[in-house]
Design a protein around this ligand. Structure first.
Ligand code: BGC
Length: 349
């Protein structure tokens, strides 16, 4: 196991940015930048020994500064949507920036993905990035300190360990927005790739603004059912209102995890490359997003990315749960510890 470091250009303020590469003994490597604490690449050999980079991303800092799709980035302090950008904590109303369709999406314009994180610790197989978000900086209460430690194991697991604390009660709901393509980031759409989710329920949305309506609906008998493995593309364009709203899958699934326990919630597989991804978390929800809104753009190595060329499994509390009765709330109490783990494990068949 080794970690190497090289430069990754400069921040807008002229500070040096870094790119870390963690490599294990199975020829798997993960590149991470301190800009947005983003995953830049995940490389591993496919069943024929051809190296595949299975995540979308950019070659340089400029790409990450204009990363409107949030490729690989850590999203915080709160991911996904907050209706009207408004919420209450301890009787006080807070208003966040409106950058979605009448909502706050991924914490708005001063998101964690646009900032340089401090590199706190590097070991022979891990990198820990730290961020300090000032009281009111994004509109949230309290000085929030957070870190993410990425660890690559000899079992080809990439473990994302989030920690944080705040000096006032606040929202904490971080995720990583990495886009997977198990055929390679430059291989076209993900529609032939297979997915299984350990979810019997999902949270249907009101309309195309993609805010959950508060209901927990069964997936059975609908195109939302991934309890048995199926191709992502099989029903993505079905005549089903929820899919019409979002132009395909972009929904929160209620996964069968037990608070405090890190459990498997998804498996994805490419029959073409033999690359399998198993995903684990201790969080109650996952936004399965099939990349419906990836705008045509140039990514790593000149690859041209477009609609549905990557899929995300964004682990989190349900969208807008801070405002929704009956949904577990992403509330972090002053002085308490925020801690959550998500793990992406790769294998080849
Ligand atoms: C959202 C999508 C959005 C994407 C990029 C996902 O988490 O659910 O609707 O297009 O992030 O912002």
């Amino acid at each position: 196991m080794t970690v190497t470091r090289r430069g990754f250009g400069k921040t807008r303020e002229g500070c040096d940015l870094a790119l870390y590469t963690i490599k294990n003994d199975n020829d798997m490597s993960v590149c991470l930048t301190d800009l947005g604490a983003a995953i830049v690449s995940i490389m591993l050999p496919d069943r024929n020994g051809t190296m595949r980079d299975v995540v979308l991303g950019y070659d340089d800092a400029e790409g990450y500064y204009s990363n409107i799709c949030y490729f690989g980035a850590v999203v915080g302090r709160s991911c996904n949507r907050i209706d009207g950008g408004k919420f209450h904590i301890n009787g006080k109303e807070y208003q966040l920036a409106l950058n979605g369709d009448g909502c706050n999406l991924h914490s708005g314009p001063d998101g964690f993905e646009q900032r340089q994180w401090q590199t706190e610790k590097v070991t022979d197989n891990s990198v820990c990035f730290h961020i300090a978000d000032r009281d009111g900086q994004q509109g949230y209460p309290g000085n929030f300190e957070a870190s993410i430690t990425y660890t690559l194991t000899s079992e080809n697991e990439l473990i994302l360990h989030y920690e944080g604390n705040c000096d006032r009660d606040t929202i904490a709901n971080m995720t990583n927005h990495v886009y997977f393509n198990l055929e390679g980031h430059d291989s076209g759409d993900i529609l032939q790739q297979e997915l299984m989710l350990t979810a019997d329920y999902y949270t249907p949305v009101w309309d195309s603004r993609s805010i959950p309506a508060g209901e927990i609906a069964a997936v059975k008998g609908t195109p939302m059912d991934f309890a048995k493995t199926k191709r992502i593309g099989l029903e993505i364009d079905a005549d089903f209102e929820q899919l019409k709203f979002a132009g395909g899958y972009d929904h929160n699934f209620v996964i069968k995890t037990d608070k405090g326990k890190v459990e498997k919630f998804a498996e994805a597989y490419s029959p073409k490359t033999g690359i399998r991804l198993k995903a684990y978390t201790d969080l109650p929800g996952v936004q399965f997003y099939a990349g419906n809104f990836i705008t045509p753009q140039t990514g790593k190595g000149g690859a041209v990315y477009a609609k549905r060329q990557g899929f995300c499994l964004e682990t989190q509390y349900y969208p807008n749960s801070i405002n929704q009765e009956g949904f577990a709330k992403p509330l972090l109490k002053a002085g308490e510890k925020y801690e959550t783990v998500t793990c992406y494990k790769f294998s080849v068949e």
